[in-house]
Design a protein around this ligand. Sequence first.
Ligand SMILES: NC(=O)c1ccc[n+]([C@@H]2O[C@H](COP(=O)([O-])OP(=O)(O)OC[C@H]3O[C@@H](n4cnc5c(N)ncnc54)[C@H](OP(=O)(O)O)[C@@H]3O)[C@@H](O)[C@H]2O)c1
Ligand SMILES: [Zn+2]
Length: 377
Amino acid sequence: MTVQESPASAFDRATMQRCLELARTAIGRTAPNPLVGSVIVNQGNVIGEGFHPQAGEPHAEVFALRQAGDRARGATLYVNLEPCSHTGRTPPCAEAIIQAGLARVVVGMVDPNPLVAGQGIARLRQAGIEVHVGIEATDCQTLNEAFIHRMQHHQPFGIFKYAMTLDGKIAASTGHSHWITSPTARQKVHQLRASCDAVIVGGNTVRQDNPHLTTHDQAGSNPLRVVMSRSLDLPTDANLWHTAVAPTIVLTESGANSEVKAALLKQAVEVIELPDLTPQSVMAQLYDRGCLSVLWECGGTLAATAMQQACIHKVWAFIAPKIIGGSGGFTPVGDMGLSQMTEALPITRLNIQSIGPDFLLEGYLPVENPVINDPIP
Ligand SMILES: NC(=O)c1ccc[n+]([C@@H]2O[C@H](COP(=O)([O-])OP(=O)(O)OC[C@H]3O[C@@H](n4cnc5c(N)ncnc54)[C@H](OP(=O)(O)O)[C@@H]3O)[C@@H](O)[C@H]2O)c1
Ligand SMILES: [Zn+2]
């Protein structure tokens, strides 16, 4: 296969897709850094590939350049995110690309990080390198939507996941909820969890469901497990306290149940007392810990508050073809104080897929300041 010289050729697009595939290898492991993959092509031959494995490790371009060695001279480098121009934990990739003598660079999207934001591209062009930007841009932005959100809003990207019956119930009127969806859908949840950095539930879900909130050894790492409990009225023996499996933090308010606190600390559960325990204060904590994406797996009470406080940006709704009935309050989202249907929050960019007998509906909630990322021409 030979490289076509026209910008955004089918070859360019296919190679950018390969960058995205490489980037995905590290899903759930790079926070607070983005998912990045890079490919170097010389005369139609792939001579180097790499991805960013985790924060503190070299960037994707460095791995690709190492593999390509001297053959990188005059070649084309593909990368789904603009090469960095600043010295962070590692030296700038734009300089490494210039040093290696690349002739052309194809970039998926501009880096939303204000420390880069077009400067990496400018530096490459300044050095006489031909740079194309915006190839497969939509896919590139979707892959790093959590990173973009974090950069633009100084908050992690919040995803609300729930499973409900066709009549909109997340539990029977007794609170029983094992299981709404099929094993196939639950396996999908484990995979989705692996792509998130933290997963949040409220105290009631711990008391009622005793969840594990792990990936159950699906490909990928376990997210940080987070419990929000004002009362700290929690069982001292729960699956979430098995911290050898995955870390758990309990966020509570000052002066909460000291006996339970001591029992949790003994099991290596981190307990943090916040002056005001709210979804927003929890998201701020998780931002400070470097989380990109946070999965809300809570019940309706907490979900309503999280939605009201703009801590949820995307929804993963699993819908099971069964009806349980009941007039209880076990619905995905509790009272948000909205009284007119015209006030309902619109869900946009919908995607629906069938998973075994169930359906997964994915969509986005409105964000106050929408993500705008115009590629540099
Ligand atoms: N099907 C599903 O997808 C799914 C998912 C999750 C849960 N569920 C079901 O939902 C039910 C529990 O619903 P829930 O809404 O009570 O769930 P929850 O997720 O436990 O949330 C409520 C709890 O969050 C804690 N909390 C801390 N700060 C809060 C704040 N600022 N605002 C609101 N809550 C705060 C409180 O815990 P403390 O009382 O400890 O202070 C409160 O009781 C269970 O029956 C469970 O089976 C279903
Ligand atoms: Zn870099």
